[in-house]
Design a protein around this ligand. Sequence first.
Ligand code: HEM
Length: 399
Amino acid sequence: MHQRLNLMSPEIRANPYPAYAEFRRTTPVAQVDPGGLWAVSRYEDVLHIFKNPKLYSSEGLRLAADPPWFGRSNPISDSLIFMDDPKVHGRMRGLVNRAFGPSALSRLEPSIRATAEQLTTRVLDRRDVDFVADFALPLPASVIGALLGLDPALHSRFKQWADDIMAISATQPGDTAMLEQCRRTVAEMEQYLGQVLEHRRQTPGDDMVSDLLRSRVDGEALTAKELLGFLFLLLIAGLETTVHLLGHSARILAEHPAVLRQLRGDRSLIPRFIEEVLRFEPPVHGTIRLCTQDVTLAGVSLPRGSPLLVLQGSALRDEHYCADADRFSLERKGPQNLAFGHGMHFCLGAALARVEARVALEALLARCGTVSLRPEPVEWNFAMTVRGMRNLPLEVLPA
Ligand code: HEM
C-alpha cells in the first residue's frame, strides 16, 4: 500500500520528476493529494485518455476551476475546454478557430516583436532582473490584452487574476481566506469582461471580441454565457502557460550555456529548442478528466466518476516515449508532443504560443551574450494543472 503523495508539497513542486519516474515504474495509476485524484503517469495511458473523450470526460476540469466547495459559479466552466459533446464543442471551436489561424498570427507578429525588443532593452538596462516580472509576464499579457481589446492599464491585474483562478485547483475547502480571495477575483473578472462585451456590443470594432459577437453558426450567435466563458478561458489559458514557457526557456539557457551559444550561432535552431523546452518542462503538467464508466487503466479498476490527473509532465519524460528523457537535448525529433494536449481539446493557442516564444528568443538572443542564475530562491506557483516559476532572478549581460 503506497502512501498518498502530495503533489503540491514544496519539494515536489520544485522537482516533481523523480516522483513521476517512481509512479511510472511502480504505480502508473496512483491516488494522490490534494483531492485524491488518480495520477496517470505513463505516456501510452495519457495518450489513450486524450484519444477517448467518451470514456474520460473533460467535466473533470470542473474540480480544478469550480469545485462544489468554491461557493459560487465560475464562468470559465461554460467554455469549450469543459465540453464533451463533439457537436457542441465543434460549433464553438469553429467560431473561434479563425482568430488563431495563420493569417491572424502574421498580423500579430510585428507587434509581438516590437514588445519583445522593448522588453529586451529593459532587461539589458537592468542586468539584474526578475525575468518573470520583467519579460516573461509582460509579453503574453500585452498579446492577450491586445487580442481581447483590453485596457493596457489592466495588464498588471492579469497575473493576479490568472494566479487566483489557477489556485482554485489546489485550494482545500477549509482554506476560507484563499477561497474568498479567489471568489473576489472571479467577481472582478466577471464585472470587467462583462463591460468589455457590453462596450463592443454598443461599439463594434476590428478586434476579436467584436468578431465573436458577430459570429454565427447556422444563424445562431454565441450566448452571453458562452462569450463570457470564452473570454475567461482565453485570459487564463493564454497567459499563465506562455509566461511559464518563456520562464522555463530562460532558465534552461542559464543552466546550459553551451545551448545558449549554439542558438546564438544558429537561430534556425530556436523552434527545435522551444519544442524541447515544451517536452522537458511543459507548462501544463496535468489536466483533469472524469471516468464516464467503470474502467481498468494500467491494471487498476476505477469506478465511474473517478477523477484522473492526466500527467503530461510525466508522460513527456517517459523512457518508453523518449530515450534518455531526463536530458535536455536539441537533437530530438520527437514523434508527437503532448504539451499542448491531444485530440478534440488540442490547444487553440499552440501556434500563437510558439510564435511568442520564437519572437521572444530571437529578440533576446540577438542582444544578450550571457545569462546566469542569481542566488535568490525561485518560488513555484500553486496549481494542480500548470507548473512554473513565480520569479526567476537572472543576471543578463549584453553580447
Ligand atoms: C505554452 C503555452 C500553452 C500551453 C502549454 C497550452 C496547453 C494547453 C493544453 C494542454 C490544452 C488541453 C487541455 C485539456 O485537454 O484539458 C490547452 C487547451 C486550450 N488552450 Fe492552450 N496552452 C498554451 C497557450 C495557449 C494560448 C496562448 C491560448 C490562447 C490565447 C490558449 C488557449 C487554449 C484554449 C482555448 C484551449 C481549449 C481548447 C479546446 O477545448 O478546444 N492556450 N492548452
